[in-house]
Design a protein around this ligand. Sequence first.
Ligand code: N6E
Length: 190
Amino acid sequence: MTIPPGLPQDSALTQVHAGGEGDWVRYSKTKIYTNCFIKQDGKLLLGYKKRGFGKDMYNGFGGKVEPGESVSEAAHRELKEEAGIEAPLRKCGTLLFVVDGVEEAFHIEVFVADEYTGTITESDEMRPEWFSTNPNGEGDLKPIPYDKMWADDIYWLYILLANGNFAGRADFLAEENTMVKYWFGKEETP
Ligand SMILES: CNc1ncnc2c1ncn2[C@@H]1O[C@H](COP(=O)(O)OP(=O)(O)OP(=O)(O)O)[C@@H](O)[C@H]1O
């Protein structure tokens, strides 16, 4: 399978996972979102989404890029709004999701930081929680709860944890956490 439509075609991406059947779904509009992860000493900070899209699942902190705002500004703003913290965010990935029945495709810029300042604070939207990056958990920390996350996350989060860059696309069924077709690639570092 080649790099799917909607992802940068000229990059140094090497396929790491691909699957599903049929053609990529056509879409006419995209909306840009951010998604931010804080990782530190074998731990990953996730948020339990209390309302809205992705409710009752764990995810990074993020949301829509507002008019007049850069993607990086939006990433910092959402991290502050949803987790109460500031961090030196680095862009590490681009994701495209087409969800059956949702008019605008999700274009998500993924950011990561290894440190943060401020006090991690629960918001109306997210309840922050640390997880262990060890698949068996560590001490009081549970392992990353992939069964309570978007189905795509397991295909790229390990690349983020290893300080790599990635891009991917997945077409989802309406109102279900099921990927019909997907492709994920890792950027080769020279
Ligand atoms: C389908 N597979 C997916 N896999 C991983 N992450 C996904 C995702 N699909 C959406 N996301 C993330 O979900 C958040 C939605 O943001 P969402 O709460 O709707 O935006 P925003 O905070 O602006 O909304 P309010 O207007 O405040 O309700 C945002 O971080 C976005 O990156």
